[in-house]
Design a protein around this ligand. Structure first.
Ligand code: NAP
Length: 284
């Protein structure tokens, strides 16, 4: 068996085309969706991420504002800036690129973002909404992973899903979304003694660790769906995921590549959340 590729690039393109059409309708009614992206400091990877987000907004016809600040910006000044964006009716989503410089605490910054504009879904309120099954913004990466799994046509009800990683932004919300879809969910992390014992039972594995080759062929149940969230570099500096793609591909039923899997979906779902926020604002 060779796994079918789950093409995140193609899926994200079709989602973005749909977003562009809906954004054009909204813009014609005088409610152009708008996203504010804040970058503090000069982390090169963060600079690339925000550039891609702003570019994606432009391609989908969304208004975007990129605010870049020196790494010396104070937490209080950053919070004041977010408060101003909360009050700005042309902005429907606010994203603060992580990581922030060490002197700025991430949580108070995130909590300043109005829940109505928390398109990253990182606030305690958004996390609580997800946990309780209430409407709210879903964190973009796990949301994108669910869309990728949907394309396989597999009904998650009663399936065993294993999530490797338990971060607040990826692993935990991923587990909650799989649970909402009626999967039986196991969450593994750095203190899990025998990862393989869990992954071998999984119909769906989501790897969100940030370490190469966390999942190898001997750890995968034949036919499983494998979603690779990881973003790492190999010895040659090439982008790669957490999964040994070449080894796992002959065993799995479906697999996402890196690049071209989860990454493009994260951006697509950010646009989706921003559009949804603008649609809600327009309906008020
Ligand atoms: P994170 O906050 O560092 O969390 C990593 C998780 O992996 C932690 O829960 C950690 O466990 C667990 N872990 C570490 N070593 C492990 C091991 N040997 N076995 C099992 N679990 C282990 O990272 P993150 O923010 O969730 O991101 C994970 C990866 O996804 C990174 O490569 C990141 O770059 C990538 N990412 C990609 C996208 C995208 O759009 N493609 C978006 C977000 C993140 P403990 O909790 O016990 O420490």
């Amino acid at each position: 068996m060779t796994a079918q590729l789950i093409d995140g690039t193609a899926l994200s393109k079709s989602i973005r085309a749909d977003i562009a059409a809906r954004a054009a309708e909204l813009t014609a009614k005088g409610h152009r969706p708008g996203l504010a992206v804040i970058l503090v400091g000069d982390d090169p990877a963060s600079a690339v991420y925000v550039k891609n987000k702003v570019k994606a907004c432009a391609e989908a016809g969304l208004h975007s504002v990129l605010e870049k600040y020196d790494a010396s910006l104070s937490e209080a000044d950053l919070i004041s800036r977010i408060e101003a964006l909360n009050a700005d009716a042309s902005i429907h989503g606010i994203l603060v690129q992580m990581p922030l410089p060490r002197h700025i605490r991430a949580q108070p910054v995130i909590e300043t973002i109005s829940t109505a504009k928390d398109v990253d879904g990182y606030s305690v309120q958004s996390a609580g909404d997800l946990m309780c099954g209430l409407p709210g913004f879903l964190p973009c990466t796990p949301f994108g992973c669910m869309k990728l799994i949907e394309t396989t046509g597999i009904d998650l009800r009663g399936k065993h899903a294993v999530v490797i990683g338990r971060s607040n932004t990826v692993g935990k919300p991923m587990a909650l979304l799989l649970l909402q879809a009626n999967a039986t969910v196991t969450v593994c992390h750095s203190a899990t003694p025998d990862l393989k014992a869990h992954t071998l039972q999984a119909d769906v594995v989501v790897a969100a660790v940030g370490r190469r080759n966390v999942l190898t062929a001997d750890m995968v149940k034949p036919g499983a769906v494998v979603i690779d969230v990881g973003m790492n570099r190999d010895e040659a500096g090439k982008l790669c995921g957490d999964v040994d793609f070449d080894g796992v591909k002959p065993v799995a039923g479906w697999i996402t590549p890196v690049p071209g899997g989860v990454g493009p979906m994260t951006i697509a779902m950010l646009l989706f959340n921003t559009l949804a926020s603008a649609e809600r604002a327009a309906a008020r």
